[in-house]
Design a protein around this ligand. Structure first.
Ligand SMILES: Cc1ncc(COP(=O)(O)O)c(C=O)c1O
Length: 401
């Protein structure tokens, strides 16, 4: 009766992609999880959450638990609007929307700005989470290299010129992470920000500016957003995941009101949780946000330093990497001939996980020498153990060659 006799033709938008990211991370307590792109558990303001949850229920209970609609709760929106000038952004009410994590914003923006078969251009390496959203939306993806100053904008310009001259495909969208890029840690220089904005206006494409890590600046310095140079051609997206907690699933997008209006049409989840917005809103109102961020950044800087020192002590000049001034990751390059995908098997046996470089590149671009190591999640002792395990894994895979 219940036997299935025929294959079902699932949507072609579901490509055959391996599981990645948080779902991929090993949960074995003996494995130091450098693969996790997670905040430190010690970074979560749990007491403030407790108090804010109570206030949200006492003060706004009947509203916070009811169906609702609109762009976002007033307190959260006001907080975002008040902080945005730090990035050179002054959003009006109709230029801002609170989303269920920034991942939802990527998906909505992609659906608003592109059609199946359109071109989206990305950095190489880039964040696989967003790339997946582009793949499931049926886009053609092309990548451009980065260096220590971020995306190589001159190469991008040459490609745009060539496409224009030859009638080639122009991008509808360019996806960038200007601050502490995932995975490389690179920050886009001021001059390149300015030039990118000019290119977007000249060649009429949108920039999707993913600014997830901006407040994790260890020096406390910030460059103006790309949005600030071309507000009509940039969608600026950020998140509470790295500064408060990813479990609240709250992000936001700032863009021209035409774009935000269209994004609302694709927001089919009813609304970003009103209750969670109320809690976060109450918390942001009461907490000393600067002190909170100083505490987190001090912890992360110290963890970064431990990882950098240990890697240098153990590997010497066998590996190289840029030391980022913020964010979550070290992007390590191993010597010629090393394949980090193969090395990962040894690493898991030796007691450490990481994300192998190939995950961050499009097909046909070689990322086999790279590994992304997250320094924020593990405490300092675990980082030391993890680096020792990584060295052992490298030694084992080396001796097998
Ligand atoms: C660059 C970047 N953007 C966005 C996200 C996802 O953020 P959210 O939790 O807001 O969906 C991540 C998470 O790792 C990220 O690294």
């Amino acid at each position: 009766m219940n036997r299935v006799t025929q294959q079902f033709a699932f949507s072609k938008r579901n490509p055959d992609l391996p599981i990645m990211g948080a779902a991929y991370a090993k949960t074995d307590p003996d494995i130091m999880p450098f693969a996790y792109g997670f905040p430190a558990p010690q970074a979560f303001p749990i007491a403030a959450f407790q108090e804010a949850s109570q206030s949200a229920l006492l003060l706004e209970g009947t509203r916070a638990l009811q169906y609702t609609g609109g762009p976002g709760q007033k307190q959260v929106q006001a907080w975002i609007a008040q902080r945005s000038p730090l990035r050179g952004i002054k959003p009006e009410e109709d230029q801002l929307i609170v989303t269920t994590g920034s991942m939802q914003a990527f998906d909505m923006v992609t659906r608003v700005l592109t059609d199946e078969g359109d071109e989206v251009w990305v950095e190489s390496p880039s964040f696989f989470g967003t790339i997946r959203s582009f793949i499931t939306n049926g886009l053609n993806i092309r990548s451009f290299p980065i260096d220590e100053d971020g995306l190589c904008v001159d190469e991008l310009e040459s490609a745009l010129q060539k496409a224009e001259q030859t009638g080639g495909k122009m991008p509808k969208l360019l996806y960038i992470m200007p601050n502490y890029q995932n995975p490389s840690g690179a920050t886009l220089s001021f001059a390149r920000r300015e030039k990118l904005a000019k290119l977007a206006l000249r060649y009429n494409f949108y920039i999707l500016e993913d600014d997830a890590y901006v407040d994790l600046s260890f020096s406390g310095e910030y460059l103006p957003s790309v949005y600030s140079f071309a507000p009509k051609r940039v969608v600026y997206i950020s998140t509470f995941s790295k500064i408060i907690a990813p479990g609240v699933r709250m992000g936001w997008a700032i863009a021209d009101s035409q774009v935000i209006e269209r994004m609302k049409l694709f927001k089919s989840d009813g609304y970003t949780s009103v209750f969670v917005q109320e809690v976060v809103g109450q918390m942001l109102q009461k907490m000393d946000y600067t002190a909170h961020m100083n505490r987190i950044n001090e912890m992360y800087r110290s963890r970064r330093d431990v990882m950098v020192t240990e890697l240098r002590r153990v590997f010497g000049d066998q590996i190289d990497f840029q030391v980022p001034d913020g964010g979550f990751f070290l992007w390590v390059r191993f010597p010629e001939g090393v394949n980090t995908t193969e090395m990962l098997t040894h690493a898991l046996e030796c007691g450490v996980s990481f994300l192998d470089g190939q995950n961050f590149y499009l097909e046909g671009v070689d990322g086999t020498r790279f590994a992304r190591l997250c320094y924020t999640y593990c405490d300092e002792e675990s980082i030391k153990k993890g680096v020792a395990a990584l060295h052992e894994a490298w030694r084992r895979s080396h001796s097998l060659r």
